[in-house]
Write a protein that binds this ligand. Structure first.
Ligand code: NAD
Ligand code: DAU
Length: 351
């Protein structure tokens, strides 16, 4: 089976491609614009295998996507490509509108042209899987039930609004043109290859560099954490067995306040890489100004994917966190590649 993966050089996309190829599922064509968030090194081993082709290109370039589809004839598209960082969307929404909305629209149009010309037997098996986020449902009260697939859309950041718009486009291409789409809305991922602008790697790397650990506001915002490998497994199941036109919520059943997450990271680091002065990394925790429009809580009700597709997270939060901290400690060369250039300029402006 050949699949086209957009955004496959980023965090979740590269984990997905590595696992897809590692488990012998077939060939992958990665289409990635290679923005600051991408690192081709994430795909090093799999490109060497000859089963993965990395093409630098923009999902908003419809002609480029159309020619790739003609050339490689994929049986499915898994669409990860996006601008993904909420703080960046607050400072500069343009790229988010362009990639997440216009880019998804152009991609859908290129795919529709390709799909509508396929022989009917191939057409019936074709899938377009759109990877989206729990942020489209907006902020939940602390005592509210977790969001199901029927929850109202109420995005609060430019990022969340752009992803919500992309979800609506994907749905419309199903209802209007019959494109066999699937949408997944997932909670916060963590694990190897995540860009250091995001909470977990930022805290790990700042701690090791003996910098402040900047916790926004009072640190009581809640996120539902899922190990990236579990997210990838859920995507594979939805791709293989999901019903076209359906949405599947994916979550870790692991709600934590940000402050608790940071404290747990510090405790693991205290054990795996103790400070020379014997003191805890938790001393570096610093409360800073809150993120504008900061959603208080996200929580996902993942009963549909569990009951229909038999998926459940395999990785407990405590062991997943330990594995993740260990991975960053063991990959200083990956970190230094990523922490150069554009990210360096961005992070220097923040703190
Ligand atoms: P990421 O920022 O690490 O990677 C995004 C990738 O998309 C990068 O490789 C980047 O170069 C590429 N890209 C950006 N613009 C592009 C364009 N115009 N054309 C082609 N490629 C482009 O993001 P991530 O954290 O891996 O998230 C992947 C997807 O999963 C996103 O759609 C995101 O909204 C969604 N998601 C993320 C999380 C999470 O916790 N990280 C949770 C739920 C859903
Ligand atoms: O919920 C899914 C979403 O999770 C994805 O759709 C996004 O692509 C992904 O980036 C992530 O969004 P968040 O905003 O939740 O992730 P981030 O790592 O930026 O922040 C997690 C929480 O930690 C959030 O409440 C803000 C807080 N935070 C973040 C940073 C970077 C801090 O307190 N300090 C920080 O320095």
């Amino acid at each position: 089976m050949t699949i086209l993966v957009t955004g496959g050089a980023g965090f979740i996309g590269s984990n997905f491609v590595r696992e897809w190829i590692g488990s012998g599922r077939g060939r992958v064509v990665v289409l990635d614009r290679l923005t600051y968030a991408a690192n081709p090194a994430n795909l090093e081993g799999v490109i060497a295998s000859g089963l993965c082709v990395l093409v630098r290109g923009d999902i908003a370039d419809q002609a480029c996507v159309a020619s790739l589809l003609q050339k490689y004839q994929p049986e499915a598209i898994v669409h990860f490509a996006a601008e993904s960082h909420v703080d960046r969307s607050i400072h500069g929404p343009d790229d988010f509108i362009q990639t997440n909305i216009v880019g998804t629209y152009r991609l859908l149009e290129a795919v529709r042209g390709y799909w509508s010309a396929l022989p009917s037997s191939v057409q019936a098996a074709f899938r377009f899987l759109h990877v989206s986020t729990d942020e489209v449902y907006g902020s939940l009260a602390v005592d509210a039930p977790p969001s199901t697939e029927l929850a109202t859309y109420a995005p609060n950041s430019p990022y969340a609004a752009s992803k919500a718009a992309s979800d609506h486009l994907v749905r419309a291409w199903r209802e209007t043109y019959g494109l066999p789409v699937l949408t997944t809305n997932c909670s916060n991922n963590y694990g190897p290859f995540q860009h250091p602008e995001k909470l977990m790697p930022l805290m790990i790397l700042n701690a090791l560099a003996r910098k402040p650990l900047p916790v926004y506001g009072d640190g009581q915002n809640i996120r539902d954490w899922l190990y990236v490998g579990d997210h990838c497994e859920a995507i594979r199941r939805v791709l293989a067995q999901g019903r076209p036109g359906e949405t599947y919520n994916i979550g870790g059943d692991s709600e934590q306040t940000n402050l608790d997450v940071v404290r747990q990271i510090c405790a693991v680091l205290d054990e795996l890489s103790p400070r020379a002065d014997g003191r805890s990394y938790a001393e570096q925790i610093t409360f800073v100004a809150d993120r504008p429009g900061h959603d208080r809580r996200y929580a996902i009700d993942a009963r549909k994917v569990r009951e229909e597709l038999g998926w459940a997270p395999a990785q407990a939060f405590s062991s997943g966190l330990r594995k993740t901290v260990g991975w960053y400690l063991e990959h200083p060369e990956w970190v230094s590649q990523v922490v150069n250039g554009e990210y360096r300029r961005w992070s220097d402006q923040q703190y």
